[in-house]
Write a protein that binds this ligand. Structure first.
Ligand code: NAD
Length: 484
């Protein structure tokens, strides 16, 4: 049995940016799947709110199309879709003006859980918070969900936190990082803190190093304008990779509750050393056959923004002293593959002699595709003929273990939205975490900008620029293959 459905209380969910790409691809199909799973109560209401003039019916038609296109295998039948659409409405609202706010306020019910999803560009977050307040919508028990990017640097993140704090308490703010909603990421905590097996080995004494890779095959797509001002460091490392690093490196929290978990994550970020320039490799994808280069994609022939970054960092505390963490992410790479690999040290002495070869335990936590975990263990190669050793994976992939039910596992967005409705902030970033992450990231960016460094070109379909490979070679280590 996979999912025990815990119904949530009736809610009014307003999706600002309800006609946008994120709403259509993720938020609305995710809500529909929760509806089909009987997690959404009868009385739940979803109100799309965006700038476009649109009737309730036209919005429902748009939602139906989005669900047909992006709903995936777990979408329900037409009757379920109709029933879902009865709970959906739309209001034309201008985040930067007064239009539509009164009508929106008129749709909200008293005594119902209230959430506002800011699925709009970050420049509108402050306007929305302000207008929710002036129109009396920011009641003490209402919640806001804020999308990434949360700031562009420490200063802007602080300013945004301060703006939101004028009208909402920290307990009302849900900063989303959808990586935290992934099943495997939560499974990582279960494996670490639910077993006695791993935790005693989870430290510098037994772990040689940790690799975190988030590789994409896509380029910047239609987001060139935004991406070129941001780059891989801001777009991926400051949030997603740092969150994964925190969950891997943190101390066991006393309880699985929001502030206990987030306190431990914050300590990890604050324990990160500055990164030396020679421990950073930045790259930009080159043109390949008929495929454009990064600079073509962003229409900026002199761009020095990185579409790839690899770096080595250290968490300076007792647990991890001397253990390097290697982070790597980029676009147009060999495969779409995200993995955390915990590479354990060699056995202190091989009783089997040099001819048995070198064998290492590696715990691989895959986030995509095929979410799951494998532990590489060394065993005797079966059969006669002496003691030959072979590495085999112990597969902890729940998709296999759980059989056909596995497709019931909710995706990150649907899980996180239900957590908002339940009022559970464990898988959301706290304001001080986001600021600490920028405080670590900013000097690295300022460093390469100050040195006038230009990213190295790399081939589309490769594993990144050569000096990212050197980053590992110099340490006598090797990146794991990027493969699906
Ligand atoms: P989008 O451009 O597709 O949609 C923007 C939405 O905002 C539209 O519904 C538009 O009508 C609405 N809007 C714009 N100006 C408005 C105004 N003045 N008043 C009211 N509504 C207004 O953008 P998106 O891709 O859906 O992204 C939304 C947010 O989510 C952004 O912050 C983005 O960074 C973030 N995000 C998107 C994705 C993704 O996959 N698309 C992934 C992660 C984060």
């Amino acid at each position: 049995m996979v999912s025990r459905i815990i119904p949530v209380d009736p809610f009014d969910l307003v999706i600002f940016g309800g006609t946008g790409d994120l709403a259509r691809r993720k938020i609305l199909p995710g809500l529909f799947r929760r509806f089909c799973a009987d997690q959404m109560p009868e009385e739940a209401r979803i109100i799309g709110a965006a700038r476009s003039e649109m009737s309730d019916d036209a919005f429902r038609e748009m939602v139906a199309e989005a669900i047909r296109e992006f709903g995936g295998k777990r979408g329900g039948d037409d009757a379920e879709l109709d029933a879902f659409l009865e709970r959906v409405g739309y209001e034309t609202v201008d985040a930067t003006g007064e239009g539509g706010w009164k009508a929106l306020a008129g749709r909200m019910r008293e005594g119902t859980t209230r959430a506002f999803y800011f699925s709009v560009g970050p420049s509108l977050f402050g306007d929305l918070a302000e207008r929710l307040h002036t129109h009396g919508l920011a009641t003490p028990d209402s919640r806001i969900v804020v999308e990434k990017p949360f700031g562009h640097d420490l200063e802007s993140a602080r300013a945004l936190n301060a703006t939101l704090a004028q009208h909402f308490t920290e307990e009302q703010i849900y900063r989303i990082d959808h990586y935290l909603g992934k099943e495997t990421v939560q499974n990582l905590m279960a494996v670490r803190f639910g077993n006695t097996l791993f935790e005693p080995l989870w430290n510098a004494q037994y772990v040689d190093h940790i690799q975190i890779t988030v590789a994409e095959t896509v380029g910047v797509g239609g987001r060139g304008g935004y991406y070129d001002k941001s780059g891989a460091m801001r777009d991926m490392v400051q949030n997603h990779l740092m969150q994964l690093l925190c969950l891997i490196a943190m101390e066991p929290p006393a309880r699985f509750d929001p502030n206990a978990v987030r306190d431990e994550k914050l300590k990890v970020i604050r324990a990160l050393d500055p990164v030396a320039p020679h421990h950073i490799s930045r790259g930009q994808y080159d043109a390949f056959e008929d495929q454009p280069s990064y600079r073509d994609d962003v229409e900026n022939p002199r761009s020095t923004t990185e579409s790839f970054i690899a770096l080595r960092c250290h968490v300076s505390n007792w647990r991890w002293a001397g253990t390097p963490f290697y982070l790597r992410t980029g676009k147009k790479l060999r495969a779409r593959a995200s993995e955390i690999a915990v590479v354990f040290k060699d056995a202190p002495h091989s009783i089997f002699g040099a001819e048995a070869g070198r064998h290492r335990n590696v715990l691989s936590i895959r986030l995509q595709p095929n979410e799951g975990m494998t532990l590489g263990v060394t065993i005797k190669e079966p059969g006669p003929g002496g003691m030959r050793l072979v590495d085999v994976p112990l597969d902890m992939t729940f998709a296999d273990a759980l059989g056909p039910d596995a497709e019931e596992v909710p995706d990150a967005y649907e899980r996180l939205i239900m957590d908002v409705m339940r009022g559970n902030q464990t898988l959301f970033m706290r304001g001080d975490e986001v600021e600490a992450a920028w405080a670590w990231t900013d000097p690295l960016i300022e460093g390469w900008q100050g040195r006038g460094e230009v990213p190295k070109p790399y081939d589309v379909g490769s594993s990144g620029p050569d000096d990212s490979l050197m980053l590992m070679h110099r340490d006598g280590r090797k990146w794991r293959d990027i493969r699906t």
